[in-house]
Design a protein around this ligand. Structure first.
Ligand SMILES: [Fe+2]
Length: 201
């Protein structure tokens, strides 16, 4: 067995005009495929550890030292992107009443949550991700990670994530990351976020 690139759950142009088809082709077919290939190359060196990336990245010290960083980068890259594709949709969705109440209780309002998430995505220097996670206390938290680091390695369960690597937005948005972040809020698949929240809390 090996890790395989999952198909997008929608057409490449489904998220237009917010996320363009050319970006989706490059991002999914080239960037994500490369993470998959490199993760498999690392895993092949240590068949004894299996291929459960979530379990491995939840305890990075358990990963053999000679492939640890390769798996953090590429195993993380695969998990983050596989999740990211599912977190977007062309359909109109909204948070469940339960998730909406948890967002209000944690951040004050949906608008304040959006501002906190936008700030995390905007201020992540260089390449990385912005996240809404369920933390170890079972509470919602906005955070960000560098590179392809996953919140799973910090004991947190990601329920919403935004890729802020330049490869995610440069074709359409050039250097204007804030416009891309704003557009993302028009394509979030809240049904998927609800599902992940229910499983995580
Ligand atoms: Fe990416």
């Amino acid at each position: 067995m090996a890790i395989i690139l999952p198909d997008l759950p929608y057409a490449y142009d489904a998220l237009e005009p917010y996320i363009d088809a050319e970006t989706m082709h490059l991002h999914h077919d080239k960037h994500h495929q490369t993470y998959v290939n490199n993760a498999n190359a690392a895993l092949e060196k240590h068949p004894e550890i299996g291929e459960d990336l979530e379990a491995l990245l939840a305890d990075v010290e358990s990963i053999p030292a000679d492939i640890r960083q390769a798996l953090i980068n590429n195993g993380g890259g695969h998990l983050n992107h596989a999740l990211f594709w599912e977190l977007m949709t062309s359909e109109k969705t909204a948070p469940s009443a339960e998730l909406a109440a948890a967002i209000d209780a944690t951040f004050g309002s949906f608008e304040e949550f959006q501002a906190a998430f936008t700030a995390a995505a905007t201020t992540r220097f260089g390449s990385g991700w912005a996240w809404l996670v369920v933390n170890k206390e079972g509470k919602l938290e906005v955070t960000s990670t560098a590179n392809q680091d996953t919140p799973i390695s910090e004991g947190k369960k990601p329920i919403l994530g935004l890729d802020v690597w330049e490869h995610a937005y440069y074709v359409k948005y050039r250097n204007v990351r804030p416009d891309y972040i704003k557009a993302f809020f028009s394509v979030i698949n809240w049904n998927k976020v609800d599902e992940l929240y229910a499983a995580a809390k």
